[in-house]
Design a protein around this ligand. Structure first.
Ligand code: NAP
Length: 279
């Protein structure tokens, strides 16, 4: 089974469009997402443009605040504080990476946890790991939804997460624990990654190494979710060798067209959730 992220994301956006229309008619208000972009990082500019496009497409209010790369940290922090107070704004996202002179931690901690649609605020990170209600980082949330397409009941499954970043590996681990998986978290110091992967019913690869996971690393009937987006001479590839692994695994996400499209759809979903909680 090839898990179609593009189709799943389109379905989620369609659902959200209906929810937004419903909120408009019942509350005479719609969720509002504000994205702050500092600098000229080319990839960030594309991501932000897409976030704005899809937010508008589902009927949400959406605004991008663009600052030049040399903007002082306090300007960004003051804007966040202003947005925290603004009743029309339900979600605030500061596009990462930030220029070096701006403290990422300070920026994230300034966002009101209830408007933190990225789920990076320590309060949301803590709530997620304590099993309480929280904003969930968009990419792992997307991975969970795709996993559910392949297998409804994940209880008791052995999941191997490759990578332990705050963005992907760690929140993914928490989501899998919530589903009653037994989770092994691996990273660059893991001694025998292939052996770990061979024990997995579920593999989540979030590493940043093109085609790291090979066909002979994967148990027959495993589900493989590939988070990787790696630019190579032959185009964008994932962290999984798709040609090899798709011959062995029960289900796999392609790159592109797998996890990638889910990330923005989940951002919009988080914005709707924040709106509901705030109102
Ligand atoms: P990251 O912050 O660089 O983290 C990479 C993780 O992989 C680290 O925990 C690192 O271990 C581990 N690692 C590195 N080499 C390894 C090896 N040989 N064996 C096992 N683990 C190894 O990366 P990230 O931000 O999580 O992103 C990972 C990938 O996902 C990238 O390709 C990125 O472009 C992609 N991504 C995709 C989306 C999407 O929407 N689909 C969103 C975000 C990111 P240490 O902790 O020991 O260093």
């Amino acid at each position: 089974m090839i898990i179609d992220g593009k189709k799943t994301a389109a379905e989620l956006r369609e659902e959200l469009k209906k929810k937004v229309a419903e909120l408009r008619s019942t509350h005479n208000a719609v969720p509002g997402l504000t994205v702050i972009l500092v600098g000229e990082d080319p990839a960030s500019k594309i991501y932000v443009k897409n976030k704005e496009k899809f937010a508008k497409e589902i009927g949400m209010n959406s605004e991008v605040i663009r600052y030049p790369a040399d903007t002082e940290e306090k300007v960004v922090l003051n804007k966040i504080k202003e947005l925290n107070e603004d009743k029309k704004i339900s979600g605030i996202l500061v596009q990462l990476p930030l220029p070096k002179h701006i403290d990422k931690k300070k920026v994230i901690e300034t966002i009101l946890p209830g408007k933190d649609v990225d789920g990076f605020h320590p309060m949301n990170v803590g709530n997620l790991s304590s099993g309480y209600d929280s904003s969930i980082p968009c990419t792992p949330l997307g991975c969970s939804l795709l996993l559910k397409k392949a297998e409804k009941n994940l209880s008791g499954k052995h999941a191997v997460v490759i990578g332990r970043s705050n963005l992907n590996g760690k929140p993914m681990t928490q989501l899998l624990l919530k589903e009653n998986c037994t989770v092994t978290v691996t990273h660059s110091k893991t001694k025998d990654l292939k052996a770990e992967c061979l024990r997995a019913d579920i593999i989540i690869a979030a590493v940043g190494i093109p085609k790291l996971v090979k066909g002979d690393w994967v148990k027959k009937d495993a589900i493989v979710i590939d988070v990787g987006i790696n630019k190579t001479d032959s185009g964008i590839v994932g962290d999984v060798d798709f040609d090899q692994v798709s011959k062995v695994a029960k289900a796999i996400t392609p790159v592109p067209g797998g996890v990638g499209p889910m990330t923005i759809a989940c951002l919009l979903s988080n914005t709707v959730e924040c709106f509901k909680k705030l109102n």
